[in-house]
Design a protein around this ligand. Structure first.
Ligand code: PMP
Length: 402
């Protein structure tokens, strides 16, 4: 907190005078958090089902994160890439163990950056063509934006890095038709988060693996939103049989609130980046990596994969059982859920939820997204279910974010 702290309206005004307006006016200034609860500048509490957009894996102020970060910053801060430190080594070893495969990890600071590294790894195959999906989201830097399949976000910035073909998501035939012997990589989200929690048909990832294997293209899975326990397995693809990607990109909840991204490569993809070919000053930062280790240890130690499955099912079944006329169905996996509405009322629902003390998000006009911390409690899920009929009945307006 700054000595300058004021109410919601004052903070919003100061924000307008000091920060770029690239996100549009924010919904609410938040000043404190504990677990799944956050407080605004006027002391009002909210149960946070946005979770920093699937980022606060353990909620706010989890003792394991506080302790790991405090100890690390008190002993060794940043070392640069000219030296090595233990935390990134330990985190890479731990990630590879969770993947159950040999590989190599490149650490960075965000999802976009993790995908940039994957893009460059693809170029080092000697091929340039990339296949990505319509509606897909991979980040806002120029390379990641070229992979993203959302023209409204891309158009003002063309020309973007080229030779990218976008195909309809979930359509294995379209994918097979687009991938050639010249294709360097195919990048796919196991579930399209930003596009509204879109789940592909069963067998899609397996088909993508077979198609890429047949032509020698790398299969890159963007698990920035789905990875690290979000969907009830360590990585979303692990729920699908017969899918072994060449590259997996991670960020968001890997750092448990600290900026931490990772590009994890296996097999020949792990050998492509050579000395001097890529880097980022903060990549492998010991403090961020210490937080990452605390996240993984806590997910394991507190049985959070089970919790994700249990709370996710409870929410899904509970929301569908409401039988509310505005609810079509609920899609997603684990604690990445999209409530698909029967009309374009997601912004109104988001606003009504906020007024009722729950933060949710509207990635599409007819989809309300839930992505709370992985340690969401029974009573917190229950409180949302209880409040939801009133929230769905109410109206208002709001905005989306990523
Ligand atoms: N990939 C996916 C699947 C994402 O959901 C996001 C962020 N919403 C990104 C990449 C970009 O991550 P970052 O904002 O950390 O750059």
């Amino acid at each position: 907190m700054t000595g300058h702290q004021t109410g919601n309206q004052d903070l919003t005004q100061r924000w307008q005078g000091a920060l770029m307006n690239n996100y549009g006016t924010p919904r609410l200034p938040l000043v404190r958090g504990a677990g799944t609860t956050v407080w605004d500048a006027e002391g009002r509490a909210y149960t946070d089902f946005v979770g920093g957009i699937a980022t606060n894996a353990l909620g706010h102020a989890h003792p394991a994160i506080v302790d790991a970060v405090s100890k690390q910053i008190a002993s060794l801060g940043h070392v640069s890439n000219l030296f090595i430190a233990e935390p990134p080594i330990a985190l890479a070893e731990r990630l590879l163990q969770l993947f159950g495969r040999e590989g190599r990890v490149f650490f960075c600071n965000s999802g976009a950056e993790a995908n940039e590294a994957a893009f460059k790894i693809g170029r080092l195959t000697g091929r340039t063509h990339v296949v990505a999906t319509e509606g897909g989201f991979h980040g806002r830097t120029m390379g990641a934006l070229a992979l993203t399949g959302q023209p409204a976000k891309q158009d003002p910035f063309r020309p973007l890095p080229g030779d990218v073909t976008h195909v309809p998501y979930g359509d294995a035939q379209a994918l097979a038709a687009a991938v050639t012997d010249e294709t360097a990589l195919v990048i796919i989200e196991p579930i399209q988060g930003e596009n509204g929690v879109v789940v592909p048909p069963a067998g899609y990832l397996k088909a993508a693996r077979a198609i890429t294997a047949a032509t020698g293209a790398l299969l890159v899975l963007d698990e920035v939103q789905t990875g690290v326990g979000r969907t009830g397995t360590w990585f979303a693809y692990q729920a699908h049989e017969g899918v072994l990607p060449d590259v997996v990109t991670l960020a968001k909840q890997l750092g448990g609130g600290l900026p931490l991204g990772a590009t994890v490569a296996f097999g020949r993809a792990a050998e492509l980046l050579g000395p001097g070919q890529h880097g980022t000053t903060f990549g492998g930062n010991p403090v961020a990596c210490a937080a990452g280790l605390a996240v993984l240890d806590t997910i394991e130690g507190e049985g959070l994969l089970e919790n994700v499955k249990r709370q996710g099912e409870k929410l899904r079944a509970g929301i569908e059982a409401l039988g509310h006329p505005l609810v079509g169905h609920v899609r997603g996996a684990g604690l990445l859920l999209g409530i698909v509405l029967t009309g374009p009322r997601a912004h109104e629902v988001q606003q009504a939820a906020q007024e009722a003390g729950f933060l949710v998000n509207a990635p599409a006009p007819d989809v309300v997204r839930l992505m709370p911390p992985l340690n969401l409690r029974d009573d917190e899920a229950g409180a949302l279910l209880q409040a939801l009929p009133g929230i769905l009945d109410a109206g208002g307006d709001g905005r989306s974010g990523e």
